[in-house]
Write a protein that binds this ligand. Structure first.
Ligand SMILES: Nc1ncnc2c1ncn2[C@@H]1O[C@H](COP(=O)(O)OP(=O)(O)OP(=O)(O)O)[C@@H](O)[C@H]1O
Ligand SMILES: C[C@@](O)(CCOP(=O)(O)O)CC(=O)O
Length: 445
């Protein structure tokens, strides 16, 4: 039996929150070392009129979803026991209508899902490991375990699309841009359909391509797809996936050497959809001033991205100057005398001050006071270049860019200002979808 495995990273949107929903603005998304995994295998075909796709998530109280595929296109899938997982269901539906297999000639498919520890709060879970991997096993179903906000649904959709597609397209090469674009387009469609809305898609782009400068696709591409049970769905879907230029930007980026990202879980949780709705209302009610504010935020975003790019270039062109800059950042002495560091800090301050203004006016807690205090305190720590509330903001988390040599957990452990923060054990990892070894996912104890 052929087995294959894939993994895809979680994300942190460092700059571009809210603006990224509009195709004219670019954002900066860092892929993280916490990854989602899928191991797929197919049984030999047997003489039946349909086949079953089983998706198992043993880490979440042995969650399992079984989808029956039978008849002919358009394929409408159903879960055999009425169990809900909209993201798994939409992936199965999209892949079936894109690949259009002959159900009577297919063997049953099993996909086992694993997610790295960073995606969910530890709670009462148990860590199990083998020599290659370690995962946390929870005693509750997936929807009951609190998330940390790394984009578990985007990761799930991306690895599931890769795994199922590899069955129908055995030469699928996740190292090839063309195949990555196919995985991306399919994943965006399934993710939007499962969410019931067309978001910016930066989380799916990061899961597929890794750390990227991202500018979104036109939401109409997905909005204008016919309904999944329509006779034209398969054809329209194939055209959209294979023959349409989505015109989105996904330029690979990296943090400068010697700097890394750390994330602090503040363990409170915010509802992104409510924040987005409030900000949209505020925006509409305050045109043209809201546009001017967005433009100021965008200036900050662009200046941040440019500043980070300058550091990457400097590290190559003048390594010794660059390393003394890092030394001064690390020791907290006089680092503001360096123009590029100042540019990055000022850019982030410009972004943050405008988001504080929107927070006050819209009632959406993008940068609430507790997070302002936390970020301001963080800027006083040794080795911290800058910090933001990532993504949609809110009470979930903070992200800091720090020197590799700094030890933020030990600088903050006895500091009451940081008592609400749990530093997450993850780092930047630029790689998007990648092949894994299926045998590495067995015998966890
Ligand atoms: N390990 C998993 N196994 C099965 N389904 C999963 C898994 N992880 C996530 N999912 C699916 O994704 C859903 C969570 O998606 P949701 O968009 O609410 O969170 P998220 O993507 O982690 O959020 P955020 O974008 O804030 O990071 C779960 O309810 C489940 O349907
Ligand atoms: C507010 C928004 O720009 C970012 C949401 O980011 P996150 O899911 O909180 O990481 C919405 C979006 O881009 O879909």
């Amino acid at each position: 039996m052929v087995k294959k495995a894939f993994s895809a990273p979680g994300k942190a949107l460092l700059v571009g929150g809210y603006l990224v929903l509009d195709p004219q603005y670019r954002s900066y998304v860092v892929a993280l070392s916490s990854r989602m995994h899928a191991v797929v295998s197919q049984a030999a075909p047997c003489d039946k009129k349909g086949f079953k796709i089983t998706i198992k998530s043993s880490q979440f109280n042995n969650d399992e979803w079984n989808y029956m595929v039978e008849g002919e296109a358009p394929f409408v899938v159903r879960e055999l026991d009425g169990r809900k997982n909209p993201f798994a269901e939409k992936v199965v539906e999209v892949i079936m209508n894109y690949c259009q297999p002959a159900p009577n000639r297919m063997g049953d498919i099993l996909v086992e899902i694993y997610s790295d520890p960073g995606y969910h709060s530890v709670g009462t879970s148990i860590l199990k490991r083998n020599s290659y991997k370690e995962f946390r096993f929870h005693d509750e179903t997936i929807t009951k375990v609190p998330k940390t906000g790394l984009g578990s649904s985007a990761g799930l959709v991306t690895v599931l699309v890769s795994a199922l597609l590899s069955i129908f397209k055995p030469n699928l090469d996740v190292g090839a841009e063309e195949d990555l674009v196919t995985i991306h387009n399919l994943s965006q469609v399934a993710h939007c359909q499962a969410q019931g809305k067309v978001g910016s898609g930066f989380d799916v782009a990061a899961a597929v391509f890794g750390s990227v400068m991202y500018q979104r696709f036109d939401p109409e591409l997905i909005n204008k797809l016919p309904a999944a049970d329509s006779l034209h769905y398969g054809q329209a879907l194939r055209q959209l996936i294979d023959e349409t230029d989505w015109k989105f930007m996904h330029e690979n980026i990296t943090l400068p050497p010697g700097l890394r990202l750390i994330m602090g879980d503040v363990n409170n949780g915010s509802e992104t959809t409510k924040l987005v709705a409030k900000v949209k209302t505020w925006y509409q009610q305050n045109i043209p001033r809201s546009l001017e504010i967005y433009q100021k935020i965008n200036q900050g975003n662009v200046s941040f991205i440019e500043g980070i790019g300058k550091l990457v270039s400097l590290s190559k062109e003048s390594p010794s100057e660059y390393s003394s800059m890092l030394e001064s950042l690390n020791s907290g002495t006089d680092f503001e005398s360096y123009d590029i560091f100042r540019q990055i800090r000022q850019a982030v301050e410009q972004i943050r001050s405008k988001f504080r203004l929107i927070t006050n006016e819209s009632g959406a807690d993008i940068e609430p006071l507790v997070q302002t205090q936390l970020l301001d305190q963080s800027l006083n720590l040794k080795g911290v270049l800058t910090g933001v509330v990532p993504g949609a903001g809110g009470f979930d988390a903070i992200s800091l860019i720090v020197t590799e040599k700094s030890d933020i957990p030990s600088q903050t452990q006895n500091d009451s200002n940081f008592s609400s923060v749990t530093w997450l054990n993850l780092r930047q990892q630029n790689m998007g979808v990648k092949d894994e070894v299926p045998e590495h996912y067995a015998n966890f104890t």
